[in-house]
Ligand binder design. Structure first.
Ligand code: SF4
Length: 252
């Protein structure tokens, strides 16, 4: 079984859209969003996968008396890996993205899903998005065409020792199909990114930097502030297409 996030209509969050970020931006993909995360980024745009009522995690969308928090029982749904694979393949996309939350909190289920997908369509592009705190088991890594790792910087509000796990980051950096995607809030974040890239021996060609933002206008403003620093560092720039096309909605 897999624990998934839900769409606004209550159905499991499995959907077809354009990939909004990173090296595959603009490509048609089928997405599955798993629920649960071991980090608590204060600007997370999928806080409905982890910020449960009473947990007390701060979020920049908190309002007085109205925390940006959610009801676990309403937001999470369990479905079988066979059902998830069937729904994903029915979307008819040339590639699939397993995202979250943090998918590798459900590593056994993700492996079962990947095996189910490969058994039904061996040639499909299979991609995983992860926050980089856990490395995939070898059997799962062998089934993945692309792993997009998004380590979280200090502006995320996480404790550094929680967000940056050296053993996991090194194991991911050593996988040839892994690339790294960082959220930057300001030009000064490029120094933190450059230090991590150097520490784990990641070639700049494997690094994308994208602006922090919860809306199209946020992305434009932050992008204008950081793009020169991204270019100077030799990293690729990632837009966030889904915010321009669809806004901050689920299932896009
Ligand atoms: S790691 Fe990703 S899903 Fe988890 S809190 Fe941070 S942005 Fe949200």
């Amino acid at each position: 079984m897999l624990r998934l996030a839900r769409l606004e209509n209550g159905e499991a969050e499995i959907f077809r859209s354009f990939q909004g970020e990173g090296p595959m931006a603009g490509r048609v993909r089928a997405f599955i969003r798993l629920s649960g995360c071991n980090l608590h980024c204060r600007w997370c745009d999928t806080a409905y996968t982890w910020n449960w009522y009473g947990a007390g995690f701060a979020h920049e969308r908190d309002a007085p008396g109205a925390p940006h928090a959610f009801d676990l029982a309403s937001e999470m749904v369990a479905i079988s890996t066979a059902q998830a694979a069937k729904q994903l393949l029915a979307l008819g996309a040339p590639g699939l993205v397993i995202t979250g939350g943090e998918p590798l909190l459900q590593a056994a289920g993700v492996l079962a899903l990947a095996e189910e997908i490969r058994a039904r369509d061996a040639g499909l592009q299979l991609e995983l998005e992860t926050n980089g705190t856990k490395a995939p088991q070898a059997a799962l890594a062998a089934l993945l065409d692309l792993i997009v790792v998004s380590p979280k910087l200090s502006h995320s509000g996480n404790l550094r020792e929680a967000a940056l796990v050296p053993q996991a980051l090194q194991a991911l950096a050593d996988l040839p199909q892994a690339v790294f995607k960082f959220v930057a809030a300001a030009p000064s974040d490029l120094g933190e990114i450059a230090a991590l890239v150097q520490m784990f021996g990641i070639a700049p060609a494997r690094v994308w930097v994208m602006p922090k933002g919860q809306s199209s206008s946020d992305v434009h403003a932050c992008g204008a502030a950081i793009h020169a620093s991204v270019l100077a560092a030799g990293f690729s720039y990632s837009d966030r297409l889904h915010l321009h096309l669809f806004g901050a909605a689920r299932g896009v």
